[in-house]
Design a protein around this ligand. Structure first.
Ligand code: HEC
Length: 135
């Protein structure tokens, strides 16, 4: 398996011109969140999942990501956090999310205006996290 770069900036290859709309992404965002994230981050993303109590570090409240970033969802940071773990096995609190990074790659603008080839399930997950943001 290829090593995944730490940051999305390294992947910023404006290779493809097409754009991915949320409506085009598969319906895997909610399912993948429930399967891979909610144990720690909680069913609604508030950082209160059943596994949170046993961790050395408190899982982030994922519903306030936009709020604490001046109202803009920090897509690049979120993607780097999830993606980064595939190359940082065992080093962080969060587990390896290899399966989310497999499959079709689609061009996705993570907020920096650059379309980056991104695993489609990761795109769907990011779009799902956007929906969880507190208004
Ligand atoms: C084993 C528990 C655990 C699981 C499972 C987990 N996380 Fe986390 N997550 C944490 C902890 C603890 C932190 C805060 C400390 C750190 O960064 O390691 C965190 C931090 C984050 C952050 C950083 C928030 C910020 O302020 O930048 C994001 C984004 C995130 N997690 C998303 C996810 C997503 C999406 C999933 C599912 C694919 C997931 N996490 C699964 C425990 C977990």
């Amino acid at each position: 398996m290829a090593r995944f770069p730490r940051t999305f900036a390294l992947l910023a290859l404006p290779l493809l011109a097409a754009c991915v709309d949320a409506k085009d992404t598969p319906d895997t965002g909610a399912e993948d969140y429930a399967a891979y994230c909610s144990a720690c981050h909680g069913p609604a993303g508030k950082g209160d999942g059943p596994a949170a109590a046993g961790l050395s570090r408190k899982p982030a409240n994922l519903t306030t990501l936009s709020h604490s970033n001046k109202g803009a969802f920090p897509t690049t940071r979120v993607m780097a956090q999830i993606w980064g773990y595939a190359g940082a096995k065992g080093r962080g609190v969060m587990p390896d999310f290899g399966p989310l990074l497999q499959g079709e790659m689609v061009p996705y603008d993570g907020g920096d205006g650059i379309e980056t080839p991104t695993p489609i399930r990761l795109v769907a997950l990011a779009e799902y996290l956007k929906v969880l943001q507190q208004k």
